[in-house]
Design a protein around this ligand. Sequence first.
Ligand SMILES: [Zn+2]
Length: 447
Amino acid sequence: MEKDLNGAVDMQIDECGQNKHSRNQEDQDFSSNILKCTMESSSLMQTFVDGYHGKHPAQDQSYLSRREFSFTLENDIYLRFQSFKNANEMEQSVKEKCPHKIDIGPVYSIDPVKRHAYAQSGSNGFAPVERELVFDIDISEYNDVRYCCTGSDICLDCWPLMAIAIKVIDAALRDDFGFNHILWVYSGRRGVHCWVCDSKARRLSNEQRSSIADYLHVYKGSENSSKKASLTGSVLHPFLVRSYTNVLIDYFEKKLMHSQKLFSYEERYQKILGVIPDESIVTELHDKWKADRKSSSCFEENRWNQLKSLLQSRKQKVQGLRRCVEEIVFTYTYPRIDMEVSKHMNHLLKAPFCVHPKTGRVCVPMDPQHCDSFDPTAVPTLSKLLEELNTGGWKADTENGWSGTSLGESIQFFRSSFLQPLLKTCREEMESSYNAKVQSNKNSLNW
Ligand SMILES: [Zn+2]
C-alpha cells in the first residue's frame, strides 16, 4: 500500500512541476496530506451521491451499493464496476488503490460487483435504473471557431464559450424542464460538466434523456462545412429565440467577435462568409474587405455591421439569407454538448472535487450566475492546496476545515447552494411518499 501511495505522490509532484521531495519526513507528510485531500474529495462526493437518502425508514439501504464507481489507476488502468456499502468502505478503497481519477456511473438494479453471479444464475436483471442527467461540454469541440488556443487548452478569451453554454443550458433546464437541483463544475481541464440531480431527472429513461439532449442540440455541421448551425423552419423555436436574444448575440458582439478577431484576417472572415449561400453577397463583402488594407481596431465592428445590413436590409426575398445572421452567431457561440454523455444512463463522468490527472486542477463547482467571472486558469491545484494545508496546519476533517484554503469558497458554495437545498427536497419527497404508504396501509387495514 505504501508503495502505491508513493507512486501516486511521485506522479502528482511530477505533474505539478515541482521537485521530488527527498527527505523521509517530508515525504510522509506529503503522502498523508495527499491521502487526506483525496479522502476529503471522495467523502464530499460520497455525500453527494449517497445524500439523496439520509437516515429515514423509507430509505433504500442498497442504494449506495448499487452505484457504479470507476477508478483510474496509474498507467491508465481502469477499475470499472466498483461499489461500496458505505462511506467507510469507500474511503478504505480510495486509500488502498489511490486512484488518479474517480468517475461516477449509474445506480444499477443490483450491486455491479455481483453482476456476473446474477448472469450465471440465469437472471438477466443487471441494468442501470437511476442516474443524474449529465452534460459534458468540451472546449475542444469549438476549435474551428476559436483562435486563441488549440487542442484542450483554455484561456480567458475562449472561456466565454463555456459561459454561454452554462447560461443557455441552465436556463433551459430550469425554465423549460422545471429542474432545480443543478450542479455545474469546471472539469479541471478543457470544459464543464453539469449534474441535474432532481429525482425526476435521475429517473429519466434513455429515450427521455435523448429527447432533452435533442431539444438543446442545433449543432449540425461537419468538419468541412462553415455552417455549423442549421436553423430551419419559418420561425425559430422560442427557446432558440430566447437563447439568441438573452445570451448569444451579446456574447458574440461584445466579446467573442473581438477577442477572436473574427473579421481581421482573410482566413477567418472567409469562414464566416462561407455561411452565406448567396455568391454575389459573398463576393461583394469579400472584395470590399480585401481592398480595405488600413489596419483598424474597428474591423470587427465595421465589417459585422456591413454584413448585417447587407443581409437584412436588401428586403431579401429568400428567407434563408435573412436567417444567415443568426446562423453565423449560432455557429460561433451556441453550446456544443457531447450528446452521447447525456443520452445514456451508463455513461461515466468524473466526480466533482477530483483532481484532474493531467493538469492537477481540482474539479470545482461553480455558480452559473457568476460563470463570467470564473477563471479556469486560477482554479486551485493539488500542489497549491497541499502547500496551503501544510502552512496552515491540517484542519480539513472539521466542518469548515477547507475555509482557509483556495478551495474554501467552492466547498462553501457547493454545500449551501447545491447540497443543502437538494437534501431538503429529497427528505421532503421521501417523507411524503412514506406518509402516503403508511396512509394506504391504514386504509387497507380499515377494510
Ligand atoms: Zn483560449
